[in-house]
Every structure is written in C-alpha cells, then in structure tokens.
Ligand binder design. Structure first.
Ligand SMILES: Nc1ncnc2c1ncn2[C@@H]1O[C@H](COP(=O)(O)OP(=O)(O)OP(=O)(O)O)[C@@H](O)[C@H]1O
Ligand SMILES: O=P(O)(O)OC[C@H]1O[C@H](OP(=O)(O)OP(=O)(O)O)[C@H](O)[C@@H]1O
Ligand SMILES: O=C(O)c1cccnc1
Ligand SMILES: [Mg+2]
Length: 555
C-alpha cells in the first residue's frame, strides 16, 4: 500500500508539483473504460502500455525527454479521496456501487514503470516509458502521463535548440512567465528550459521550487517613471570596501558624464543625454550598486542610454564597484550591440578602466532560434539572451504528440494498425538499447522482445527498420546502454532509480547532446537518427500484422 508520503518501497517521493494533478485530471473515457473493464471482470488483467511519440518536433531529429519525475510523483500518490469518489458517482450515475468500492481500493502498488532517464536525448517510436499493471489502473494513468510528458519534453527540446543555436558560451535567460500558458505553463517552462540548458529564469517561484538561478534586469516603466535628477533625495553611497562614503553620488555621475563629453575619443558620438533616464540609472545604482545594469533603449540607445549607463558605471567604478551591463530590447540588436561594445572599449581606453570593454550586453525582444541564427550570421556582441514568448509557448510547434498504446495484455502482444504506417504501434513488452559506434557516437536505438538476449558489446547484431523491409544494417556496438530502467517498482522488491535534482538532469541533458553526431543536430536538413528492431521482433511484428489485418476482397 501507498503511505501518505507516496512511499511504497521505502524512500519517500513528494507530491506532484502542481496540486491540480490528481486522479481526476484525466479524460472521462478513462473512467468509462475502467468501468467496462470492471464489468467484464477484466480489470485485473495485466497490461503493458508504451508511452512514445511519432515525430521529432521543430523540424529537428532529436527530442529531450522531460516530465518523468512528475509522473512518478503522480503514481506514488495515486489514491482517490472520498470527495473525488462522490464526484465520480455524480457524473457516472448508472455505474454500480461496486465499481466505486473498487476505485476506493486502488493505488499504484501493483504498477511497474520502466523509463528512459529524464533529460536524455530520445527518438520517435522508442518507448520513453513502459507501464505495466492491472489494465484498469494503467488505463487511468494514460491522460495524466501524456499530459505531464508532452509539454515538458517539447519545451525542454525547444530550450535545447535555443542553446544549440546560441552556442555554449552565451548566457541564456528564460523571461517567459508573463507570456506562458497560465501559471502551470510558466512554472513548467522555467523548470524545463533550465533542464534543456538555460542558465537562469526571471520566475521567482520556479527559483524557490527547483533551485534555478534567478536573474533579471529592469523594465521601461522604471526608466520612464523618473523625470529629473532633482527627484533623488538620498544621494549618499558607501564605497565598495566600506572605507569611505560619497555624499553626493548624483554629482559624481554628472561629473563623469562631463568628462565623457569632453573626451577626444568620444567627441561627436553623443551630445546631451536624456536626464530622466540618467536619474533612473543613478537611482538604480544607488539602490543596487553591486548589481547595476540598465535597460538602455527607452529614448535612444547610442545617444542617451549607453552614455548615461557609462557615466553611472564610471562613478560606481570610482567607489570600487563594477557595473554589470546593459539590456537592449528593441532595434537592430546586432548593430546596437556592436556599437555599444565599441563605446565600452573606447571608455576602457580613454579612462584606463581595465575590463570595461567586456561589459555584459543582454539582448531581448521576440527572440527565437531564427533571430539568434540571423544575429550570429551578421556578427554581434551580445553576451546574454533573454527569451520569453517564442520559447515558453513553443511557438514553432504546438505539441509533441506523445501517445500511450497498449502493447501486451495477459502476455499476449497487441498492436494498433493504421493505414498510415507511421501510426502503427510496435507490439510486445520490449527492452530498448542504444548502441554506440567506434567514434563514441550513438549509432542506433534498437528494441527487442523482453526475453531476447540483450545486444552485447563487440557482437554483430542485425538492426532492422520496424516497417521497411529493405532498411537494415549490421552493427558491432562498442558500447551498449540499456535505455529503460525501473523508476517505479510497485510493491515488488526491485530497486528503483533515484529521482535526481533538476540541476543533475540538466547536466545529463547537456552531456547527452554533446555526444550526438553533429549531422543529427544541425538545423537545416539534419540526418535522421536510426531507430530499429531486432530481427526477431521484426518477424513477429509482421506475423502479427498479417494475422490482425483482414484480407480485402476485390469485386
Ligand atoms: N539584426 C537583427 N537581425 C534579425 N532580426 C533582428 C535583428 N535585430 C532585431 N531583430 C528582431 O527583429 C524584431 C524587431 O521587432 P519590431 O519590428 O517589433 O521592432 P522593435 O525593435 O521592437 O521596435 P519597436 O520598439 O518600435 O517596437 C524582433 O523580433 C527582434 O528580435
Ligand atoms: O520578447 P520576449 O521573448 O517575449 O521576452 C520577454 C519580453 O518581456 C518584456 O517585454 P514587455 O512585457 O515589456 O513587453 P513588450 O516588449 O512587448 O513591450 C521584455 O522587455 C521582453 O521584451
Ligand atoms: O528581468 C528582465 O529583464 C525581464 C524579465 C521578464 C521579462 N522581461 C525582462
Ligand atoms: Mg519586448
């Protein structure tokens, strides 16, 4: 039995992150089917379902698996409350009482979940999860599992793709909360974008829940809320080392702006700057001298924002502080970042301030894979990208399309046929392996029947396309990795895998992406990664297919 901590086999597993995730967060048809299984006396039959997707998203050839921990939290806590049972009685009034007594009893102590580790690179058709248990119970898991995996994997993949195009050295900040699909969309986006390789989020709740680093700048409202320097009343600022106090930081800033205006190397690049913007920057620096950064595009980036930022930074520098940098949120981000960098370098030289030229430049404003790629092609000086809307809404693809299909019941393999071969499911309780080649890259994923001998390092094995007879290859793996591991052992004594912290999953994801052959990863016309079945499974699939498909009759 499950205890109140969702612990069946020892170590406690927490509740789902979102309290809305309950056994009722499912489609009505799962309950009507469960009832019909129960009425037919079939509900205890042992079934195996696969959760998989059919096509990689975003026109790519890879996907990152996300959402596993939430699925495990869900089943660890799977139990109907009396209130939920009463609600079900009210919406299914024709069902016999015995069914509700049955629902009262069930939990996931008789369910086993084998899954690929979260944060892994995964491919179409290969089960991300294999769920085995009483058919009625596992049926009830379909919708919540698919829900928990679909968006998680999609947005993790989207984040990984943005990381790929931005490059390893750039800082990627997720700024999407305000544009995300509701609170769960926002929290999930922050978590899974971090997993997919982002460095930080602006979402404070996600920082608390998952320990994701928090970062942020400030908005245009802050800049435009100031009218003039006269508004600043408290002008004192202690030096960084605490050894002295500047009584009039505002005058110090003005003094530096003057020096800049008189400097030969900067002459002609700017004239009078916007004083309300200067007031905003000065106030921000007084409040946060260790974290001074400025949004420089409210009035005019090169004629006002950047010079004002530099004047405040030079004043801070005199007191021993180091400014952080600027954010650009409109205009031509390639051009403006290059011009801003030139200006910083000129300041470094003119006033002999080491490293001033290396000031951080953050860019934001409707960024996505394409715009970052365009910036790269043009050349730019951006160090950090703040990305919101396109990232968290997965604008380029609405859903991943994960499915949950029955592959075996009572030890009898089952398959779903379709006119569309890509929709035919692969029957049998399976094991899945990743075979690595001589150069260390993954070569192919192979699915085998449960009782077949596993592929072995150094042994030649035939890998067959599941449906296309002519596509096959021999592989001599240099390494064999079993993909499906036990993440939920139900009541059995099997040891289950630990659920690692988000940071570790992120590391895994980065490491997995790095080991992929580059042609699978490129944005334009990437090479498909091979997904195969063993010769035995191939023969069995085609035997079953012929058995199940009725023979047509021509008139
Ligand atoms: N150098 C560049 N190459 C390609 N795309 C760019 C470049 N610089 C900016 N962009 C993108 O172009 C779009 C510009 O957006 P938009 O036309 O709304 O102008 P804007 O700069 O936001 O102006 P405004 O502040 O007046 O709305 C954004 O999606 C931005 O990411
Ligand atoms: O552009 P995104 O990728 O979604 O990144 C987040 C955006 O959110 C903020 O804009 P804000 O809410 O002030 O709106 P606006 O830029 O559309 O005016 C910020 O200045 C970014 O532009
Ligand atoms: O901190 C920022 O600059 C930020 C946060 C959210 C959205 N846009 C910008
Ligand atoms: Mg914007």
């Amino acid at each position: 039995m499950t205890d109140s901590n969702g612990s069946i086999d020892g170590e406690a597993i927490g509740r789902p992150t979102n309290p809305m995730v309950s056994p009722l967060l499912t489609d009505l048809y799962q309950f009507t089917m469960a009832y019909a299984y129960w009425k037919a006396g079939k509900h205890q039959e042992r079934a195996v379902f696969d959760l998989f997707f059919r096509r990689n998203p975003f026109g790519g050839e890879y996907t990152i698996f996300g959402g596993l921990e939430e699925c495990i939290r869900f089943i660890a806590n799977f139990k109907f409350t009396e209130e939920e049972i009463s609600f079900l009685c009210s919406v299914m009034p024709t069902c016999e009482d015995g069914f509700f007594d049955y629902l009262r009893e069930i939990d996931c102590s008789d369910v086993e979940v084998y899954a690929i580790s979260e944060g892994s690179v995964v491919f179409p058709k290969v089960p991300l999860m294999r769920i085995e248990g009483p058919v009625a119970v596992v049926q009830l898991l379909e919708t919540p599992f698919v829900n928990l995996v679909n968006y998680a994997s999609l947005v993790t993949t989207n984040a990984a793709r943005h990381r790929f195009v931005a490059g390893k050295t750039k800082h990627l900040l997720e700024f999407g909360l305000r544009r995300a699909q509701g609170p769960d969309g926002g929290i999930s986006a922050s978590r899974y974008c971090y997993m997919g390789g982002f460095d930080a989020t602006s979402n404070v709740a996600a920082g608390r829940l998952f320990g994701i680093p928090l970062r942020g700048t400030h908005s245009h409202a802050f800049v435009s809320s100031f009218m003039s320097l006269d508004e600043i009343v408290n002008k004192t600022l202690r030096s960084y080392d605490g050894s002295s106090t500047c009584d009039d930081f505002v005058s110090l800033v003005e003094c530096w702006l003057n020096k800049m205006q008189r400097a030969d190397s900067l002459r002609g690049t700017f004239g009078d700057t916007n004083q309300s913007e200067l007031a905003a920057f000065t106030s921000y620096a007084l409040a946060l001298p260790n974290n001074f950064l400025a949004l420089v595009d409210t009035y005019d980036v090169m004629r006002s924002g950047v010079p004002n930022f530099c004047a405040v930074s030079l004043a801070l520098n005199e007191l021993g502080y180091r400014a952080m940098g600027i954010r650009l949120d409109s205009g031509d981000l390639a051009y403006l970042s290059i011009e801003a960098r030139k200006f910083f370098c000129a300041i470094e030289k003119e006033f002999d301030i080491p490293e001033f030229g290396k000031m951080n430049i953050t860019a934001s404003n409707d960024l996505n894979e394409e715009t970052i790629d365009a910036l790269n092609k043009q050349g730019h000086e951006v160090d950090s990208f703040g990305i919101g809307t396109y990232l968290v809404t997965c604008y380029a693809q609405a859903a991943l399309g994960c499915v949950f299909k029955l592959v075996e019941i009572n030890n009898q393999p089952r398959m779903k046929l379709s006119e569309d071969v890509s929709k035919v499911s692969i029957p049998c309780k399976k094991r899945c392996f990743r075979l690595y080649g001589r150069e260390g890259y993954p070569l192919v994923d192979i699915m085998t029947g449960e009782n077949e001998p596993a592929p072995r390092m150094g042994d030649r094995i035939l890998c067959r396309h599941p449906f296309n007879e002519s596509k096959r290859a021999y592989v001599v793996p240099q390494r064999v990795e079993e993909l499906l591991k036990c993440y939920w052992a139900g009541g059995s004594a099997n040891k289950r895998e630990d659920l690692p912290p988000v940071k570790d999953i992120r590391e895994r994801c980065i490491q997995q992406l790095e080991q992929m052959r580059p042609d699978h990863m490129r944005r334009l016309n990437p090479t498909p990664y091979k997904v195969s079945v063993s010769a035995r499974l191939y023969d069995f699939i085609h035997f079953l297919w012929l058995n199940e498909a009725p023979v047509g009759e021509l008139q």
